[in-house]
Write a protein that binds this ligand. Sequence first.
Ligand code: SF4
Length: 329
Amino acid sequence: MSSPLLRVRGLVKHFSVKGDLPLVTKTVHALDGIDFDLNPHESIGVVGESGSGKTTLARCIMSLYRPTAGDVHVHGRSVYRRRGKRALLKNVQMVFQDPGGSLNPRFSAERSLLEPLLHLARMPRRERPAAVRALFELVGIRPSDIRKLPHQFSGGQQQRIAIARAIAPQPEILILDEPTSALDLSLQAQVIALLMQLREELGLAYVLITHDLSVVRQLCDQLLVMYLGRPVELGPTADVLDGPNHPYSQALIGSVLIPDPTKRDLVPPLVGEIPSPTAPPSGCRFHPRCQHAMTICAQEAPEARRVEQVQTWCHLYSRSAQESRDVPK
Ligand code: SF4
């Protein structure tokens, strides 16, 4: 059987940080066991509150961070291998949240695109000007503007240039880290339309890191919900958004997607803050905030259970907990 385009297996990333006392260090549990596959032309959305580990996941896939454990494969090859690194970088590109900050302020729009064409695509010099023009045309930037510097473009235009730069080496995967959150609403809609168009025309696969569940619904086939570095629910986007199983997913999705405020009462709201990743709760990390928590929840981390098409990490769906559900917390 052929390997998927992107395979993430058992991904763990811990960071050591200074503690409150000299010579004392703490461990930040940024990621603790993330698994998913992504096939060509598919998109996966990754959602969760700030501190859930979404951006660390994106950076591990880009091999900007080396994981503490686990691996990421593209076409069956680890992204952490030194050999063939350039080919992998060409194949996986990233679009950042802040387009202004991600573009070199001293590079014209044209030069921002020439760099990846030269260093990653190794395109012959005579072919590069036409490739730059074609890329700008594709993302809707006027050819007459290509000599301008980033600050001379609007936020939406800057993000179009950043997207053009990312697709210049003809990658198969784009990691999109909150690509619309720095833009106002009308520009967000334009950038989402552009991403949908590019996925159709170029057959790209996306890993979309976002807080915006409406963007996930438009762009993503699968949805991964994360909480404090761990997966809580993974499955087809419509299944998870329309009928979330996990109490955290229910609260997260219910608070955003139900326009009728009277119906929001049906979903228990999220209470409290996400705990510190330097001292994650035992067992299910969501248990201090969960209205369904049972004794077992503080003792054992739940295994993944398949509920129809969706994997859910919650003791409510495991047989042993079903039997002990009447045990008081
Ligand atoms: Fe709540 Fe327990 Fe499920 Fe965690 S495992 S979400 S605490 S019911």
